[in-house]
Design a protein. Structure first.
Length: 633
């Protein structure tokens, strides 16, 4: 395996491949003076051994009953320093002989240029690209796969090991970050219209019956609600989180929360943002102005009714005369009765009052249209919202996800030219421009009335300072901070929980959430997404049954291995629409994925299934042998 990158994702991905999958990895990174980020552990160079130990420790906590790691006890490799992934650098890294190449530079153009070069050097190479532009990524994926097929003279079949997978660390981590900020909101994995929804549930009260949903994905640690708890670390012992437990273990685990797969549905295409550049008609005028216009209209109607009663004319004619008097274009009622003259005077007075109202309406409409494309300020009385710090790559994706869930958001950004400013304008989200470390910025974002704080800037100290200041303003505020270094994140997390037992604190690392998906894609499988369970990760993958003795020829119940993997759904389109096999029949009236498979359903080699797995379980299930044969999803 070859991994090329310039930040922490490259180092974590290399450690994931070595420690979890036992692969030989060549890591290509810029020279020390040009690195955007230092390695994860200690942020010091030459720390690969310590990093591998850290990942292996995480795997031991993560695996449960999943058995040994496929491919041996751990891989080795080498590290090369190069400023750019040129053709000579890729050749020196052994791309021509490699099984897979991951290009995880922070720049999309660098990754695309290197991918085109690598595909020419090795048409059978499995490519994994990190691209922020999702639409461009789809085109690049098709282009590189077509180039591989033409170069090898083969079509895209299991015999062809070359495949291209385009992933985004922002898209992988955004659902988990957005869900963590909301109490009771499910954790969501979404890809290509597939929506997986997992919900954290607290232990049922006495007399209540817990709803198991489709299946129980995890048992939460006994310390998950303890302010000073370790949230799934080794210090929690055998009461730590348990991934993919069996029914007996779920029944025994009284008093512990669960993560349940509650709903799975097709999400469809993304809806256009509400509001857009042109605001809705109701927002053109203030509430006070709308009441003024309504009052004047009521007065006009009353005057028209009174004129009808006084003169005995038809209501339409009386309304017409009233409007002429209102706009002062009617003849004076010198020959009319006293009642007509009084009504005409009152109508003229209404006309004088109408002029300033009309002028105010015009000015407000022009001002609203002029500021529709500018940044909005937090409205008065706003409360129960999410304060989002940072509108970079991650912050922009999280903002989009929160607005899709119709959650009110206020953003704080110091750079007026940040990547997510255009998205904030399009979604008409209030933005406070300023340095979050300066006094008064968080107050302008109404932090004292906020529901939660999401600190997602790229600087750890900025995130930490913002969280500490927000906690000084409101001690019970729910906070989620993005920290780069895992050791630092764990120390901060435990201290904040112990210092503020009445508030909920979460620390998340984008590389920690996204690296398993990249590693799984390098092994030749389609990773649909990842769901964090406290400090661990549960993966969702689409796998072809053929070539896996743990699945092929077994029933769904027999294929389930507690703590390692569990079959969740059958892809009927990839399985040729097969509706039954052996001892169980499945209704496939609608094409797509079939959920809630019976335990008696027999898996055949032609089936393609969606499964949930731990990192260690997925490594054992895939194995190095299957990856070399290219039995892909």
């Amino acid at each position: 395996m070859v991994v090329c990158g310039d930040d922490g994702l490259a180092h974590r991905l290399a450690a994931e491949l070595r420690g979890v999958y036992g692969e030989q990895v060549t890591l290509v990174v810029p020279p020390s003076g040009r690195r955007v980020r230092q390695p994860v552990v200690g942020r010091a160079r030459a720390a690969s051994a310590a990093l591998l130990d850290l990942v292996n420790a995480a795997v031991n906590r993560d695996g449960g009953g999943g058995g040994g790691v496929a491919g041996g006890g751990g891989g080795g490799g080498q590290e090369l320093e190069a400023g750019e992934p040129t053709e000579d650098v890729l050749a020196e890294a052994g791309v021509a002989r490699a099984a897979a190449l991951a290009l995880v530079y922070d720049d999309d153009e660098t990754n695309i240029r290197a991918a085109l070069t690598a595909r020419r050097l090795n048409p059978r190479l499995r490519l994994v690209l990190r691209l922020y532009n999702r639409r461009l990524g789809q085109h690049i994926e098709e282009l590189l796969d077509q180039a591989a097929a033409l170069a090898t003279g083969e079509t895209r079949t299991p015999a062809l090991d070359a495949s291209t997978t385009v992933l985004s660390d922002a898209d992988t981590a955004a659902p988990a970050l957005a869900a963590t900020a909301l109490v009771g909101t499910s954790k969501v994995v979404e890809t290509d219209g597939l929506l997986l929804r997992a919900v954290e549930r607290q232990p049922p009260r006495p007399g209540e019956v817990a709803d198991p949903g489709l299946c129980t994905l995890a048992l939460l640690s006994a310390t998950s609600n303890d302010p000073a708890g370790t949230d799934g670390s080794e210090e929690s012992g055998d009461q730590g989180p348990r991934l993919l437990p069996d029914a007996a273990e779920v029944a025994r685990a009284t008093g512990r929360g669960t993560v349940v797969l509650e709903q799975v549905s097709y999400s469809g295409p993304a809806l256009s943002a509400r509001g857009g550049v042109v605001p809705p008609f109701a927002s053109l005028f203030s509430r006070r102005l709308r009441w003024s216009i309504a009052g004047l209209a009521a007065c006009v109607v009353a005057l028209a009714v009174a004129l009808t009663l006084v003169t005995g004319e038809h209501p339409l004619h009386a309304t017409y005369v009233t409007l002429l008097d209102l706009f002062a274009i009617n003849e004076p009622a010198l020959e009319g009765s006293t009642g007509e003259q009084v009504l005409q005077l009152l109508t003229g007075l209404m006309g004088l009052l109408l002029l300033p109202v009309l002028l105010a309406a015009v000015l407000e409409a022009l001002g609203t249209l002029r500021t529709a494309t500018t940044l909005r300020k937090p409205p008065r009385g706003l409360g129960g919202h999410v304060v989002l710090l940072g509108l970079g790559k991650i912050g922009t994706r999280v903002l989009t996800r929160l607005r899709e869930l119709h959650i009110p958001v206020v953003c704080v950004e110091s750079d007026p030219e940040a990547r997510g400013m255009a998205t904030a304008r399009r979604l008409r989200v209030p933005v406070v421009l300023g340095d979050v470390t300066q006094e008064g910025v968080l107050e302008a974002a109404k932090i004292h009335r906020a529901h939660s704080l999401l600190a997602l800037t790229s600087v750890d100290t900025t995130n930490l300072e913002a969280v500490l200041y927000a906690r000084s303003v409101r001690a019970d505020l729910r906070v989620v901070l993005r920290l780069y270094d895992d050791d630092f994140a764990t120390a901060v997390y435990r201290t904040l929980r112990a210092a503020h037992p009445g508030a909920l604190t979460r620390s998340r690392s984008v590389t920690h959430l996204s690296a398993p998906a990249f590693a799984g894609a390098m092994m030749g499988r389609q990773i649909l997404g990842a769901i964090p369970v406290e400090r661990r990760v549960l993966l969702f993958a689409a796998v072809r049954v053929a070539g896996h003795p743990q699945l092929e020829g077994r029933t769904v119940g027999e294929a389930f291995r507690a703590g390692a993997w569990r079959v969740l759904a059958l892809d009927t389109e990839a399985s040729g629409g097969r509706g039954g096999g052996g001892g169980g029949a499945v209704d496939v009236a609608g094409a797509g994925l079939v959920w809630d498979l019976p335990d008696t359903y027999v898996l055949r080699g032609s089936d393609r299934v969606v499964l949930a797995a731990t990192r260690r379980g997925l490594a054992e299930l895939l194995g190095r042998r299957g990856a070399r044969r290219g039995v892909g999803a």
